[in-house]
Design a protein around this ligand. Structure first.
Ligand code: FE2
Length: 374
C-alpha cells in the first residue's frame, strides 16, 4: 500500500513509540535544530542540513540518505519538508514529511488517565515534556501547572462535565508560559501561587500557604511548601497518597535550583526539602511531576514514580553531605536560556507578548531538571 506523503503529529508519536522512526532529515537551521531536536523512545539516526544549504545542492547530498530505511523529513512549518519528501520519493527513497513541521509538533498533546479516584489525567505536551494535571472528584476539577494552550485543558474539563474549583501553579515557571491565570479567569475561579514566587505579580492571586488544607469533591489537598527549584515551589498532597511536586522531583531528574540566580542559597532549600520537608512522606506516595525530560519516561503514557523510588534511585538522595550535594548540583546544571527570564516576566504579567513571540519563547524542550538525576 502506498504510504501517505504527510505524517500527522499523532501518527508520528505512534511511530516513535513503536520504534518505526529510523531516519529523520531535519531541514531547520542549526540553532533551532540543537534547541529542539526530535527525540523518541528508541534511538534513530538524524541528519541536519539547513534548508538553505540543501536546496540547489540536493544531488550532492543524496549519498547521505539511506535506501533501506524509511525517512521522515522535518522543517519548521512543514512546507520545505513536504517538497523534500516528494523529491526523495521521486528518486526512489521511502520518504514522508511531518505535517505542519515542528510548529505543529510542539503543539501536539496527549491526554492519559492515571487513576480513577480521584480521576487524575496528565495532559502531556509531547515535544516539550510539559505536563498539566487535571484532577476530578464528584464533578469538581483541579488544574495543576496549566500549559498555555488552555483550550486543551478546558475541552477535557467540558468533556468530563466537571467544574473547575481550583487552579494551581506549583511555582513561577521559567521554561513555559503558564495558562493558570487564564483558566482561572475563564472559569471564574481562584488562581493559587506561593507569594514568595509571585511577589512581583501584576495580577491578584490566592496564596498557597504551607500546612493549609483544601478540598474538592471527596478529596483533600494538603499544601506543602517545598522550596529549592524556586524559593516558592510548593507541592500538593492529595488524599495523603498522590504528591504533585511541580519540578521538585521529576522521574529522572531533580529540579535545578539556579534559574533565579541564587544557586547556592536555593540548593540549600532543595537539600532541606528532599531530606526534611518530604521526610514524613511514605515510600508508597506516588509522585506526579510537571515535566518529563523525554517520552522515554512515559509508561503506558503515564509519567509517575514513587517517593521510595526517588529516595532509592536519585543520585542526590544518596548525597547527605551538603558540600558534596552542592558540588553535584553545580556539575549538573544545563544551559540557562536567556528567554527563561522573559518567560518569568510573562508569567508574572509584567510583559504580554504576542502569539508569535510566545511561540519563540517556548522553543525546544524544557530544561527544568538537572542533567544528572536519578
Ligand atoms: Fe520549573
Amino acid at each position: 500500500m502506498q504510504k501517505e506523503l504527510l505524517v500527522s503529529p499523532q501518527i508520528f508519536k505512534q511511530m516513535l513509540d513503536n520504534d518505526e522512526v529510523k531516519f529523520v532529515f531535519d531541514l531547520r537551521n542549526e540553532d533551532d535544530f540543537k534547541d529542539g531536536k526530535v527525540e523518541g523512545r528508541y534511538e534513530f539516526e538524524t541528519l541536519n542540513i539547513p534548508q538553505e544549504d540543501f536546496v540547489g545542492e540536493e544531488e550532492r547530498h543524496l549519498s547521505k540518505f539511506p535506501k533501506d530505511k524509511p525517512i521522515i523529513t522535518i522543517c519548521a512549518h512543514g512546507d520545505s519538508s513536504k517538497y523534500t519528501a516528494e523529491m526523495l520519493l521521486e528518486k526512489g527513497y521511502d520518504a514522508q514529511s511531518l505535517e505542519g513541521g515542528i510548529d505543529l509538533w510542539t503543539e501536539y498533546y496527549e491526554t492519559h488517565k492515571c487513576t480513577d479516584d480521584p480521576e487524575i489525567y496528565q495532559i502531556y505536551r509531547v515535544a516539550r515534556g510539559c505536563i498539566t494535571h487535571l484532577l476530578i472528584s464528584d464533578g469538581e476539577a483541579v488544574v495543576i501547572d496549566a500549559v498555555r494552550h488552555t483550550d486543551k485543558i478546558l475541552k477535557k474539563v467540558d468533556e468530563l462535565k466537571a467544574k473547575v474549583k481550583y487552579v494551581f501553579d506549583t511555582h513561577l515557571q521559567a521554561d513555559h508560559i503558564s495558562g493558570g491565570k487564564e483558566i482561572a479567569d475563564i472559569t471564574g475561579t481562584n488562581y493559587f501561587m506561593n507569594p514568595i514566587d509571585a511577589q512581583n505579580a501584576t495580577f491578584k492571586y490566592s496564596h498557597l500557604k504551607d500546612g493549609d488544607t483544601l478540598s474538592f469533591g471527596k478529596c483533600s489537598i494538603k499544601v506543602i511548601h517545598s522550596p529549592g527549584h524556586t524559593p516558592g515551589s510548593t507541592s500538593l498532597l492529595v488524599n495523603n497518597k498522590y504528591l504533585f511536586t511541580g519540578d521538585l522531583i521529576m522521574k529522572t531528574s531533580i529540579g535545578r535550583p539556579d534559574l533565579g540566580g541564587a544557586s547556592e542559597e536555593w540548593t540549600r532549600l532543595l537539600y532541606d526539602t528532599l531530606f526534611s520537608r518530604y521526610a514524613s512522606l511514605g515510600d508508597d506516595v506516588v509522585i506526579f511531576p510537571s515535566h518529563a525530560s523525554s517520552i522515554k519516561e512515559q509508561d503506558n503514557g503515564v509519567v509517575t514514580l514513587t517517593m521510595g523510588t526517588a529516595r532509592k534511585e536519585s543520585d542526590l538522595y544518596q548525597i547527605k553531605d551538603f558540600t558534596k550535594f552542592l558540588e553535584y548540583v553545580n556539575s549538573s546544571l544545563p544551559a540557562n536560556p536567556e528567554r527563561y527570564q522573559e518567560i518569568r516576566k510573562v508569567n508574572l504579567g509584567i510583559i504580554n507578548p504576542d502569539e508569535k513571540k510566545r511561540k519563540e519563547l517556548e522553543i525546544g524542550k524544557n530544561l527544568c531538571g538537572m542533567t544528572k538525576g536519578t
